[in-house]
Design a binder for this molecule. Structure first.
Ligand code: SF4
Length: 204
């Protein structure tokens, strides 16, 4: 799989992203920690990958200020999400990436895709090998709606058809988490987006 990820990294570079491949999440974490300026403010998007990597703790140990809405009570989330949009550094994962280097995200609130598109001047996207999809946008969306969304809904206790059956049923979905689909044909202008492909199963 490492060799395949290397080819995906080439495709990402052709789209204007920085890209690197790591054999382990530990190595990817070390890269990020070595790349960020001292005592930076770092915001994190909702991400099981980041949680699994324990990046939030590692960043704090290294002296950075971490803004993560997953760690605060619901009443403080709105303010923190706005602060995250103005942080210089942002870390998140992708829901899917195609072998052609197309990153695809489906968001409910839009805070993650907003920060990826605008706001923070440096964005790190950490992606485990399990997010790699053969095919194009349709296959990426299919993966998200049959793997990422059901698991996310179950984790949050959201009553969606996909949580029950593993399949999307938009017409019966009253509490959809799928409000917007964003794919990155090219790296956003005016900022640095660094994609870290990791040869491990991370997140969903
Ligand atoms: S629209 Fe609803 S059922 Fe379909 S994947 Fe999204 S949350 Fe699940």
């Amino acid at each position: 799989m490492y060799d395949q990820l290397t080819l995906v990294a080439d495709k990402l570079r052709a789209r204007g992203f920085e890209a690197a491949v790591f054999a382990t999440s530990k190595e990817a974490s070390s890269f990020i920690l070595g790349d960020i300026a001292e005592k930076a403010q770092v915001a994190i998007g909702g991400s099981m990958t980041v949680k699994q990597m324990d990046l939030h703790a590692k960043l704090r140990e290294a002296g950075h200020e971490v803004l993560w809405h997953w760690e605060v009570e619901p009443a403080k989330r709105g303010t923190l999400l706005h602060q995250a949009m103005n942080a210089p550094v942002y870390i998140c994962s992708a829901n899917a990436i195609t072998t052609d280097g197309l990153m695809v995200q489906i968001d409910g609130n839009g805070n993650r895709v907003a920060a990826m598109c605008y706001g923070p001047s440096t964005v790190y996207v950490v992606i485990g090998r399990n997010k790699l999809v053969e095919g194009g946008l349709q296959q990426a969306v299919k993966r998200i709606k049959s793997v990422a969304c059901p698991n996310n809904a179950r984790r949050q206790g959201i009553d969606t058809p996909c949580a029950k059956t593993g399949s999307c049923d938009v017409s019966a979905c009253k509490t959809s988490m799928c409000h917007m689909t964003v794919s990155f044909d090219l790296a956003p202008n005016g900022k640095r987006t660094c994609v870290l492909l990791i040869d491990e199963e991370l997140g969903y």
